[in-house]
Design a binder for this molecule. Structure first.
Ligand code: HGY
Ligand code: MN
Ligand code: MN
Length: 406
């Protein structure tokens, strides 16, 4: 079976492991994450690796090299998903890495360096406020304050880790020593339309956009929908709606910026009640950290002005910041050389989406390889990458590994 078909088959098996029957939702440290982690660990063992689940719930498989003094190459991506997700975002990079190591083992081949395949568990940051909890641990950047973050059911990250069988006290031990690591490489679907539109299959990523995520809480005054005159209302939902449109306007009118409200919730919502309390999320991104920070400041001002005019209170909390992350030049060249050896055109491009790789910025060299996906769709069950494109991506990664010097 060709590697593209083999990877696609494993992705189907992973996609069946979900917390929500009928659609793919696999949040960090959930029962489905546990089942998926166990399946991935078994695949790693079958591929000739020693597998373990680390102190933050990542699955790590290690394939020794011939030179015990050589450094380690990290390859991976994430196995957690958004709600009603596609089956390629994250999983593609994990399964491709397992397949590549399995083929090395089947050929009895080892590189001088060890290879560690990592299936991160908290890239999306859907369950708790912060993202990249798994990769930040390996980068030595795990902030213990994250352990007190609570999910929508009030469960803390610490409690969820313990229930998963992890020991939060050991998280700091997961930090990789940069002196022992060659770098981190991640293969991922593009999650955008550029490669397909240009008739290309793969691209070398140059940098990952920075991101600010937060929550806005709008407090007005709940009241009777039938009796409170319009002019006397302090309608938290109407105010929020105006703020959401301001987020969209800022993103649409600021070069190199995207701004999204992904979720809006009303408290004690009822059709016949003037909404008194509403909260909504913010996701602001840019390749330029200055542009992003200026946008957050401008948005906070606009939200305050709208709140003032409408007689409601608004609180903006930015709970997660990730700086824009340039990919390592040397590893980019390694991927570009692999493309050249395979006769593939070289396309370099930035990533609008965040990835585990960005957690390593400034700590460990990292690079990414994009594979095109149909219509650029992602974070959507219609997400799709063709087996022949997956095959191309895997061949590039295999060639990169074969030629990486220690
Ligand atoms: O949000 C992102 O960019 C990524 O999919 N977690
Ligand atoms: Mn992803
Ligand atoms: Mn994603």
């Amino acid at each position: 079976m060709g590697i593209g078909t083999a990877i696609a088959a494993r992705l189907e098996a992973l996609a069946a492991i979900t917390d929500e029957p009928g659609r793919l939702t696999r949040l960090y440290l959930s029962p489905a994450h546990r089942r998926a982690a166990d399946l991935v660990a078994s695949w790693m063992e079958e591929a000739g690796m020693r597998a373990r689940i680390d102190a933050v719930g990542n699955v790590v498989g290690r394939y020794e090299g011939t030179d015990p003094a050589a450094k380690t190459l990290l390859i991976g991506s994430h196995i957690d998903t958004v709600r009603n997700a596609g089956r390629f975002d994250g999983m593609l990079g994990v399964v491709a890495a397992i397949e590549l190591v399995g083929r090395l083992a089947a050929q009895g081949r080892r590189r001088p360096f060890a290879i560690e395949v990592v299936a991160f568990g908290d890239e999306e940051g859907v369950r708790f406020a912060s993202a990249l909890g798994g990769s930040r641990a390996l980068a030595g950047r795990f902030d213990p304050a994250l352990l007190d973050e609570r999910d929508e059911n009030g469960v803390s990250r610490r409690e969820a880790l313990v229930a998963f069988g992890c020991d939060p006290a050991r998280i700091a031990l997961e930090a990789r020593n940069p002196a022992n690591v060659l770098g981190y490489v991640e293969m991922h679907i593009e999650q955008g339309p550029v490669l397909e539109r240009e008739g290309l299959v793969v691209a070398v990523v140059t940098a990952i956009n920075g991101a600010s995520r937060g929550r806005v809480r709008v407090s007005g005054e709940s009241g009777h929908a039938g009796t409170v005159p319009m002019a006397l209302r302090h309608d938290a939902l109407a105010a929020s709606a105006e703020m959401v449109l301001e987020v969209e306007r800022l993103g649409a009118t600021t070069p190199d910026l995207v701004a999204t409200v992904g979720r809006l919730e009303g408290e004690d919502a009822a059709p016949n009640t003037v909404p008194g309390a509403v909260s909504f999320t913010l996701d602001i991104r840019s390749p330029d950290d200055g542009v992003r920070h200026a946008a957050v400041t401008a948005l906070s001002r606009s939200i305050a002005a709208i709140a003032e005019r409408r007689g409601v209170a608004a609180r903006v909390d930015i709970g997660y910041e990730a700086p824009a992350a340039p990919c390592d030049a040397r590893l980019q060249v390694g991927l570009a050389d692999a493309l050249a050896r395979l006769g593939l055109p070289l396309r370099r491009m930035p990533s609008g989406a965040g990835h585990d790789a960005m957690a390593f910025s400034g700590r460990l060299p990292f690079a990414m390889l994009f594979v095109r996906c149909r219509d650029g769709i992602s974070h959507n069950p219609a997400e799709y990458a063709a087996p022949k494109d997956i095959e191309t991506g895997a061949r590039v990664l295999a060639d990169f590994i074969d030629h990486l010097d220690t």
